[in-house]
Design a protein around this ligand. Sequence first.
Ligand code: RI2
Length: 324
Amino acid sequence: MTDDDPNLHPEVEHTAEQIATMEIRGAAAIADAAAAALAVQARESDADTPAAFEDQLKAAARRLRETRPTAVSLPNALRSVLTGMTGDSVEELRERTISQVESFRAELDQAQDRLGRVGANRLRDGDVVMTHCHSTDALACIEHALDQGKHIEAIVKETRPRRQGHITARQLREWDVPVTMIVDNAARRYLPEADQVLVGADSIAADGSVINKIGTSGLAVNARDRGVPVTVAAQTMKLHPETLTGHTVEIETRDETEVLPADERAEITDPDDEDFVVDNPAFDVTPPRYVDAIVTERGQFPPESIVTLMRELFGDNIGEPWEP
Ligand code: RI2
């Protein structure tokens, strides 16, 4: 158990750190890691009463929840695990929580596979796909298209400031996909050479807006102007149920040093110059009118119709079961 909270297992603290620092990143990977950490907490819990066990699991979920605010897959994962935490004894609670984590993680895998099959149908033999950031959901579509024997090429945006485009390029090259890497500012110049823009999502709002890596909205507007369809690959775990009741999605702001390291900042101005500001929002919002389709494991949807699926899947289950 940790120094900060004697009831939290160190693995929970470690996972929370890894998510916050983006050592573990990408909406699906974050959800998977958070669920796995809850399983460790459940397995290793020394609670001697059911109430104490539940308190520990809730505290662990709260610690994981506070790491990154935008990807809704994180609270959706925590909610899914905690609502499965039922039982009258510590042993029963432990067993059911662990088994809920196992089925959540298995479902995550299967959903990505099913989504990939749907998304692959949108890709034609010979297509050139432009990507932004690194999305395992988006890559699943390309992987299935390759499995279907289609030839796919990619224009990969490097994606400042953290350059997740490098991860995308590495994966695509492992699959032998020809890659042209470009700086983000070159996207408009290269769109006429692309047949599709294919991106992932961190959250999808009830009106069909797509919250994804900063730069997605500009790319989508440019793609519409150039007549290039935009596909968003997002498992239903990326649907943000709280937007059904009017909540907005919080956009994470990250440290300025991701954009401008301290030594480079010092070349521009004095370290305590308050009139020089570096902003680093990690995500932006693409309005539904710039998105052609949202591909999920349940099929593809026009963004405006996603609200129906959201109601069907989440209904009223939008509480915060991690609250004490
Ligand atoms: P998958 C990433 O965020 C990107 O914005 C990416 O599109 C999204 O998560 C979804 O990733 P970050 O964690 O779940 O790099 O499709 O900030 O892998």
